[in-house]
Design a protein around this ligand. Structure first.
Ligand code: ADP
Ligand code: MG
Length: 579
């Protein structure tokens, strides 16, 4: 399609915004233009954090000579010409704003040559005004050089960070695109030194190795999943739980190969690692969701970094399920399979499932034995000194991978997931009858102000009463602001505001995922429960097992996942050839 200036009514429908914020945003727009142009090689060179100079060279389709100057007009684009198209955008760009915006705040040179042209053409602009336009020898493709960014706007330049920070933002950005486009050869040079080179082989593993090193690439797990009903697909890589980071920087999401930021997808990913990662540790991931173009609105945010899903729940569950399936398959828990049937012996299969009997105590309901064994409200320990009403049915053997409690019972060996088990115990405690409710709350010394998103406000409206029952005290403060005065006593987090936001998010997304008995209590229990990775003393483990034993349904956590896996004595005997 030739470049045209968008008609006013269509231009008016486009979420206008600041596309040029910093060097990395210039690089992003230019890389996206190169990808839209079908480039198989993209070279990015920056000097002085990109403030001094950015040059991007591609071997894409080029711009016809007679359209080069037009490309610098506002709302001039070759990628969009109708409202219908705007509702199902397949290209990364469509607003026709990037080139004019960056030309206005820099000295810019663009040289381009389409494959069918005899020669290239170049244009020079200084602070948005053409200073030169003419033929120029050039290879097929386009190169754009942006120098002295914000040189005419000292106030804007002041907002930039140090050269090394701006440089790392550019590096991060190019790396992310390199991961999403393994068939494109990306090269990044910083002050003349090559920092990144991908092969363009088309193999995602190669791109991963170029970005993260061979070691990490080797460990990463492949994800391929499809939701049969909606046709949503997810592909990419995730780290095994043992490979994790202190922040979310290495969680990269693409939707139809557009790099986006999404709290919802971050949450879906974290939810899939539920109970597998220590607190405040995050996986590495590069995941692309393929969904019909018509089911996402990419025009909802000026920087195109946030998009709107028409069906959030489907996007959430497609990603969460695909990742969870890979993690379960990779689980370090021994996959105890039934031995090949020995003639004359009954099939052993049922005993490998998380089914446990606590002898005469299994019928005990919460409310009798349950809350007689309270947790100390403020500390995450299971006080071994507190007298127990009953002797444990399970004997603690030890802790495995700081995640599982190994225990011996009358019927063999049990592996108990400490997070899932604690979740079940807290859930039951939250759901006890009202007399104990007051003790569930932990008032804050200073109320905390929190800003809620519309989705979070919805959850608050729907579950407001119950939030209070479980220990939260939240008051409306004005607009989207709320005052948080108390949190559930089981919380040990230093950041009560974040706890509330996390719980509201969890409820919103869990609610989308499945109908369950009490999604709010389950979310609070999950947030308050000890994580994998926490070292427990023998006394703590014993206390946890005793409390689990008192639960009405000790076999599953409130999300329905098993709390324990059973290895029966008879199975072990058979496996060791003793029987
Ligand atoms: P948009 O990408 O939203 O269309 P831009 O201002 O980024 O707007 O670019 C304007 C037009 O210039 C694009 O629509 C495209 O036709 C052309 N263009 C920009 N960069 C390139 C490139 N690297 N290769 C080929 N064409 C390009
Ligand atoms: Mg563009």
């Amino acid at each position: 399609m030739p470049i045209k200036v968008l008609p006013a009514d269509l231009a008016g429908k486009i979420a206008a915004g600041e596309v040029v914020e910093r060097p990395a945003s210039v690089v992003k727009e230019l890389v996206e233009n190169s990808l839209d142009a079908g480039a198989s090689q993209i070279t990015v060179e920056i000097q002085g954090g990109g403030i001094q100079q950015i040059r991007i060279t591609d071997d894409g389709c080029g711009i016809p000579v007679d359209q080069v100057e037009l490309a610098f007009q506002r709302h001039a684009t070759s990628k969009l010409d109708s409202q219908e198209q705007l509702e199902a955008m397949s290209t990364l760009g469509f607003r026709g704003e990037a080139l004019p915006s960056m030309a206005a705040v820099s000295n810019l040179i663009l040289t381009t040559r389409p494959a069918e042209a005899e020669a290239g053409h170049t244009v020079h602009l200084e602070w948005g005004t053409f200073t030169h336009s003419g033929p120029q020898g050039a290879a097929v493709g386009t190169s754009v050089t942006v120098s002295d960014l914000f040189g005419n706007l000292p106030a804007r330049r002041k907002f930039l960070r140090t050269i090394s920070t701006e440089t790392s933002r550019v590096q991060e950005l190019v790396s992310r695109y390199a991961l999403a486009y393994p068939q494109t050869r990306f090269q990044l040079a910083v002050d003349g030194k090559q920092q990144l080179l991908t092969s363009g082989s088309g193999s995602p593993k190669d791109a991963l190795a170029a970005v993260y090193g061979a070691d990490v690439a080797e460990q990463m797990l492949d994800v391929h999943g499809e939701d049969a009903e909606s046709g949503y697909r997810v592909d990419g890589f995730i780290s095994p739980p043992g490979l994790n980071r202190a922040n979310r920087t290495h969680m990269t999401f693409f939707v139809n190969r557009r790099w986006i930021q999404s709290r919802m997808l971050s949450f879906a990913l974290e939810e899939a690692y539920h109970g597998l990662l220590p607190e405040r540790r995050f996986p590495l991931a590069a995941l692309n969701l393929d969904i019909p173009y018509s089911q996402v609105d990419v025009n909802s945010h000026p920087s195109k970094r946030e998009i709107r899903f028409h069906q959030e729940g489907k996007a959430f569950s497609t990603l969460q399920r695909a990742v969870r399936a890979v993690l379960v398959a990779d689980s370090p828990v021994p996959q105890m399979r039934p031995p090949s049937p020995i003639p004359g012996q009954e099939a052993a299969a049922p005993s490998f499932f998380p089914r446990i009997s606590f002898g005469g105590q299994s019928g005990r309901g919460p409310g009798s034995g349950g809350h007689a064994v309270p947790y100390p409200a403020q500390s995450q320990t299971f006080d071994p000194a507190t007298p127990r009403p009953a002797a444990p049915a399970l004997k603690v053997v030890g802790q495995l991978k700081l995640t599982y409690i190994v225990a011996e019972g009358p019927e063999g060996m049990f592996l108990v997931d400490q997070h899932a088990a604690h979740e079940r115990v807290l859930f039951d405690r939250l759901r006890q009858d009202s007399p104990t409710k007051g003790s569930l709350s932990q008032p804050l010394l200073e109320p905390v102000t929190v800003e809620l998103s519309p989705a979070q406000v919805d959850v608050l409206r729907e579950h407001g009463g119950h939030l209070e029952d479980y220990g939260f005290a939240v008051e409306h403060f004005g607009d989207n602001s709320y005052l948080l005065r108390a949190v559930p006593a089981i919380f040990t987090s230093q950041d009560p505001g974040k706890s509330l936001l996390d719980v509201l998010d969890m409820v919103a997304f869990e609610g989308l995922l499945r109908q369950q008995e009490d999604v709010l209590a389950a979310s609070i229990a999950c947030h308050g429960a000890i994580r994998a990775g926490k070292s427990l003393t023998e006394g703590e483990m014993r206390a946890l097992l005793e409390q689990l034993e008192a639960a009405e349904n000790p076999h599953t956590c409130p999300h329905g996942r098993p709390t324990m896996i059973h290895f029966s004595s008879s199975h072990m005997e058979r496996e060791f050839g003793r029987r």
